[in-house]
Design a protein around this ligand. Sequence first.
Ligand SMILES: [Zn+2]
Ligand SMILES: [Zn+2]
Length: 417
Amino acid sequence: MRRAIIFFALISVILFIKQTAFALDQQTHAAINEIVALGNFNNFSLNSYLTNNLGIEQGTDASFNGEKIHLLISLGGAYEDDRPLPYLRSLNHFHDPTKQLDQAGLDTYWRGLLLPVHLTGTSSILWALSKDIQNNTSFIGIPAGNYSWPATRDYFYNALIATDEYTRTENFVKCFTGIGQLMHLVEDASVPLHTRNEAHIGNWNYETWVAETRNSTVVNNILNGTPVIPYSTVLAQQGNTDPRIGGLPVSRLFDTGKFVANGGHQDPGATTGADIGLAEFTNANFFSERTGNQNNKYDYPSNAVLNKFSEQINDPRGSGIITRFYYGKAGDGVTVPHLAARTYFDYEYDRYNHWQDYNNGPIFLDETCYKDYATLLLPRAEGYAFSLMQYFFRGQMDAVDAKAVTTNGKIRRVCQT
Ligand SMILES: [Zn+2]
Ligand SMILES: [Zn+2]
């Protein structure tokens, strides 16, 4: 009986976690991936690459197993969170750049049930770049396939050298899906929750706001605006030297190590440009719902650069106008006009000059804050995901000592002479 109850409880938790997935909503990932797959930035478009370098004439509209290439990449964005049950890949979608690699993954308690549930995962950098971690099937449902960088490179290679159509198709499907899944991991580094070790199951947060407003003019304009592409210097240097990563430069799209120098000193001023890892930018400059300035979990954003102001907003409970109090951030990194909203309680304390005693006002994040966050974070989610895709296809195909196998004048594959 007891076993049955535990089993039932476990299944309920898994179902609940699945429904309230831990990431930028799956459809948001799919939408960003679609824009990236069809984009033309930084002198690169996947469409031209496929046509000119791989001889795939229809480019991103070419189909494998009945699915167009740009849709496979888009689907990969959703699959990284959601494939057949039970499915917990998203526990590995966190990276906290203020911690050592082995501690940088999710490690927190979720208190949504009677007893706290300890949630842990590996850093998303290791999840994305280690060859073997995704092969580990010791935990329920993980991993549902290996779509790490090395595995996805192998699918690409196997597709190119395949001598039969079935193998070629199967590997191209896995390759493009895998690129979409890797892009998902980069995009999650644009979410404060994912860089500040905060589980978010079932509560209203930045991700749910983006999902609900994705088709609004505001968010649509951001998504279809100019992405922030990381400088080429980010991928021109050796990445994390941990043996499981082996210096792959892609680790620097997440974390360059510039924000937290050796010795632990944090420099948020180093995070403003596009020469920084996305997780560093996000961690240093934004709050997450439960990592505001009152609990000292993180040094930045610090109280020292917060300014207080009030603003008239539409009453979220209905009609009319109300006054809301905010913190803005100017300094220690990028400017965030509405970093957090202040409670009325906090405001009253301040009004009666208790601020000195009470330098830790509780905060919350409202729609005005989320809009500022999305304006600064979504263009980077796109730009960094684009950079990953461009880097994946960076090599020109080496045609020396190779011969093209053609059918009806079309290149079907390349093999050694
Ligand atoms: Zn995710
Ligand atoms: Zn999430």
